[in-house]
Design a protein around this ligand. Structure first.
Ligand SMILES: Cc1ncc(COP(=O)(O)O)c(C=O)c1O
Length: 430
């Protein structure tokens, strides 16, 4: 008899939460908590869903490495045939280690250092997205000094207000990102006439966690108009990089409407001469991950419960940084008495009132040792973890073909303490 194929991603069966057929309570027992768990099958499906939704003209997908840069995740992305979007020398090193070639990379970012630009130019990175006049000036100087001709696109700022949170909005004139359209024409001309830079086209990225597809359409319309004007003026504009930002619904794990997203691209760029790219991060990995944590104990407050867990804001900062909502659920469901109990704040052990993973949540009675899953934690989660309060970083596990693999080494207190150096004058004489 053939065994039924396990459901893809996170799913419940017999009151237990599983990922790709592996029980999350077994992962918590085997790898400890707090611990990030990712589903390779769910990442694969997210890439396939986006690829399938895209219609002609199909943009090339450049995964935004910043969303989840674990080498195992990057290697999976590489196997899936997507390219990458980077923002630092560190992400460049990771992308190389995962097997991406420089030609498959777009290098974005508002403050690339000379060392980073030199490395990008020397290695012939596919496209550098420049974000300001001083950066273009530095690129021209570096390229002529190195005798190279890097492909550079200009990231325009279309003055869009889009983005799921003020801190996730990058397309307005009030932000540090991109070049206002009225300055971009002169700058494009400067690049084209420099003799050292190959003008690669334009880029835009208006923000993250965007659910309203009209926001994309509005920015892309402006981009198309500007690109057409540059071409009419005789400049080459081979590529348009439409950015990332597709949102996910953290209440139910669905994504923004991919068909509408793809439809807007087709409507605006059909029959256009441009090679298109997009830079999605969150939509490809958010729902494929969760953070597992154990209950340390519960505490009765004056008018609420506190569930104190072994994960904290250093492990997942999104709730306190962006007021982000993450579903939190017991991995093993026992009696569902949440309705009869006061709501609970799910908090970590860190000495900050902002150290919470969820506020005022209906939760069943929980006991010390129970495991909770903080859902939709595959994007902008582990990548932002820190050692605050001298807590070692949560481990990461990838479930691949029905088996759980550790994909980051467990950090120890020795690692933490060993990173600090006491100057000789402060050391005790021995
Ligand atoms: C330049 C750039 N491209 C792509 C992304 C990916 O955005 P998202 O993860 O929302 O798709 C970001 C993230 O903010 C970004 O800054």
């Amino acid at each position: 008899m053939t065994r039924p194929k396990p459901a893809i991603g996170f799913h419940r069966q017999d009151n237990q939460l599983y990922v790709d057929g592996v029980a999350l309570c077994d992962i918590a027992d085997n790898f400890g908590t707090p611990c990030y768990v990712y589903s390779a099958a769910a990442i694969t499906q997210a890439v396939q869903n986006l690829t399938a939704a895209l219609t002609e003209p199909k943009p090339k997908i450049h995964y935004a490495v910043k969303a989840n840069s674990n080498l195992a995740v990057l290697r999976l992305m590489q196997r899936l045939g997507v390219h990458v979007d980077l923002v630092s020398a560190g992400e460049y090193a990771r992308a190389c280690a995962a097997g991406f070639t420089p030609a498959q990379m777009v290098f974005s970012g508002i403050g690339k250092t000379d060392a980073e630009l030199r490395e990008a130019i020397a290695n012939n990175i596919g496209q550098i997205n420049a974000e300001s006049a001083p950066e273009v000036k530095r690129l021209i100087a570096l390229a002529s000094e190195m005798g190279a001709r890097p492909a550079v696109a200009l990231r325009i700022n279309p003055d869009s207000q889009a983005g799921g949170h003020a801190k996730l909005s990058t397309g307005s004139h009030q932000t540090k990102f991109g070049i206002p359209l009225d300055e971009a024409a002169t700058l494009y001309k400067t690049m084209a006439e420099s003799g050292t830079i190959q003008p690669a086209g334009l880029a835009v990225h208006i923000g993250s966690q965007i659910m309203e597809m009209d926001d994309f359409a509005e920015a892309w319309q402006k981009m198309r108009g500007f690109a057409d004007a540059l071409r009419e003026a005789g400049y080459e504009v081979p590529k348009l990089d439409l950015g990332g930002g597709i949102g996910v619904n953290y209440n139910d794990g669905t994504t923004a409407d991919l068909k509408t997203f793809a439809g807007a691209i087709t409507q605006i760029f059909a029959d256009s001469p441009y090679q298109l790219a997009i830079e999605p991060g969150r939509v490809l990995v958010a729902e494929a991950g969760c953070l597992l944590a154990r209950v340390i104990h519960t505490k009765e407050g004056v008018d609420k419960r506190f569930i104190i867990i072994d994960a904290a804001m250093n492990d997942l900062i999104r709730p306190t940084l962006y007021e982000a909502y993450h579903r939190i659920e017991p991995v093993r469901e026992s009696v569902d008495d949440a309705d009869t109990l006061p709501p609970a704040d799910i908090v970590g052990p860190i000495c900050e009132t902002g150290d919470y993973l969820g506020l005022a949540r209906p939760m069943p009675a929980l006991e010390t040792g129970d495991v909770l899953a903080v859902r939709s934690a595959g994007a902008y989660s582990a990548v932002m973890r820190s050692n605050y309060n001298s807590r070692v970083m949560a481990a990461e596990v990838l479930v691949l073909d029905g088996a759980a693999h550790r994909i980051s080494k467990p950090q120890t207190l020795d690692d933490l303490l060993g990173a600090d150096i006491i100057p000789p004058a402060l050391r005790d004489e021995t």
